[in-house]
Each structure stands twice: as C-alpha cells, then as structure tokens.
Design a protein around this ligand. Sequence first.
Ligand SMILES: *Cc1c(COP(=O)(O)O)cnc(C)c1O
Length: 375
Amino acid sequence: MSISPKVTPIYQTSVFTFEDLNALEAYFEQPGQSYLYSRNGNPNTDELAQEVNQLEKGNGAVATSSGMSAILTAVLVYCQAGDHVLCAEEIYGGSAALLTQELTRMGIQITFVPMAEMYGLGSYVQPNTKLILAETISNPMMTVLDLAKVAQACQVQGIKLVVDNTFASPVITKPLQLGADLVIHSVTKYLSGHSDVTAGVVIAKDTADAQRAKQIVVAWGLTLSPFESWLASRGLKTLKLRIKQHSENALALATYLKQHPKVSEVFYPGLPDHPQHALAAAQGHGLFGGMLSFRLADEAETVNRFMRGLTHMPFAPSLAGVVSSISYPLGTSHRALTPEQREKLGITVGLIRLSVGIEDADELITDLDKALAAI
Ligand SMILES: *Cc1c(COP(=O)(O)O)cnc(C)c1O
C-alpha cells in the first residue's frame, strides 16, 4: 500500500523511533533527513517555518510557541548580559514588558526611541548597542516605519535591525528585502488568521542567524506544537487572499468613519491624509492592511454604548482574524502606561481599534452605522 496525502498529516508525536544505531548516526550526520524529538524538530513545525521563510524571502526560519517567544529568540540571537537594545517607543506592550521587566534582570539594557527619531540613531547608540526592535506598522496609531531608511541608519551605526512584521504581513511588506536582519511574527495574527492558534516565527537574512535562532528555540524550549503548526500552515494557504480582502474592507471602513460626524479622527495608512500615506503606499505595494483606529467622544459611557450597539464585531483584545473585532487600547494593550505616556501616544478614553475582517464591507458599515447611531 502506498499512501500519498495531498496535505502534510499532523505528526502528533513527541519522539521518533530509530531502526538501529546506524539510523541514529544518520540523524546526526545528515541534518534535515530525519527527526529525533519534537522539541528539536517536527515535520509540521518545519513546514510552517519553511513556508514563512519563502514568503519573507529569508535564508532560514524557526517556528516558536508564540509571538513573544519569537521576540525573545530574536533578542537572544544578538544579545547577552551587558548588551544594550534600542526599541521603538510605540512597540507592542508585551514586547516592552519583556524587555523592561525580564531581559533587564538578565543584564540587558533597554532604551526606547520614538519612531520619528529612528532615521538617525546617533544619539541613542552606545558602544554595547546590538540591535533595534521596531514594527512595520505601530499599534494603535498605525504609524508606518520607513524600513529601508532605518536599515540604512542601522548599517551606519553597526547594529542589527529586528522587525516585528505582524501588522503588515509579508504580503504587504518584506522587511528582509529592505535591509532588516531578522523578522518576527506573532503567527497568532494574520499568518494563521482564524483566531484559533497561538504561535510565532523568526526569519533571518543570514543562514548563521537562522541556525542560532533554532539553537535558542531548542535550548530554551520555545518550540511550537505539531497541531498548532499544522493549523498555522493551513491558514497560510489563504494569506494573500485574506490580506487583500482585509485591506479593501479596512479602506472602505476608514473612508466611511472619516466622514461620520460622531468620529473625530481616523488612523489608517490608506487614507490620503495619513502622515505616512505615500510611504505606506510604496512600501505596502498599494495595500494598507486590516487594522485601523478611530476616536469617539472621550467618555466611557459613549464607548460602552458603541460596543453594545455592534452586532457583528465582538470586543476581543486581539486582532487579524477573519471575523472583525474591536479592541480598546486604553483598557487592554496600553493599560500599564502612565497618563503621560498615554497622552504622548494619543491613547484616550474614546480611542477604539478595529481589526477589519473579510466579511462583506457593506455589512460591516451597516453595523458601524447602527452602533454610531446609538451613541
Ligand atoms: C500579538 C502581538 C505580539 C505577541 O504575540 P503572541 O502570539 O500573543 O505572543 C507581538 N507583536 C505584535 C505586533 C502583536 O500584535
């Protein structure tokens, strides 16, 4: 009997068997030909990593148990105790917490840099600075970073550029092609796309960095499970179609919200008056992604009424699923910030973030219209 499945089956096993000592020796001598133990490698995990590696045009990738473990891995590829890391001030809250609360305890120093100051890093770089961590598109204000320009500044300073490309996805932007050294994703978001997986991935420009990332994942036990890898690979098959639809819908919703009298501001790179609209159009090949934010009156009761008025967009503090959802930066992702930090980033009581799904845009606009009429 010969079985040849069209889709890679789920290798739901923690360990692999060997015929004899020769087979064991072959495992060590011919890497990539067989498997030993799933923390070290599994066909599903490798398949996911290879697919994302191709999408990002990398030279090696490793899947991880979450976006956070991908960021941890990326920092550990380049840093040890005594080193210094630069990080975008607008970075994902979890990344900021990992750096300031955990990695500082291990002797790594952190300095935050506003995105607008990343194009000339001179005043921030120290002799022990190893890397800068930044995002292609920031949350929740959707500030777009000119990656080629930052990569140039990094080269001048002799530091590595690590890009969290979660909000853009490789369909919109491929940071390695613009000069980044490592790219990370929360695969939890667009890459898997269905709000049913927690996973991450690190993709490297250099083979040696990819190998080091893999070593770190194995040693620290940051491995992704076979089933999560399989689900994420399944999601990846529709990534291009989804990103196109997310982007078209988000542009339609942003345009609608922009003209609504109860909405004071809309933040979406696809709008012509967004501060980095031209950059976003060029760097994103005409797609602007599925994430936007907007401001209602700064009153909690207005926000509550709006949330309760929606039928098809649940309030769920994550993003990038096929079903639209709203989130509330002040109460979730940016909860830990001081009032001064919030004000600096523009995160007020009335700020709502919208993760636009792949439904019919008309249905979503009808839902928004109803909820806005209720406030
Ligand atoms: C969600 C997210 C992360 C963290 O990923 P997890 O999969 O939740 O660990 C990192 N960066 C960005 C931009 C994210 O949105």
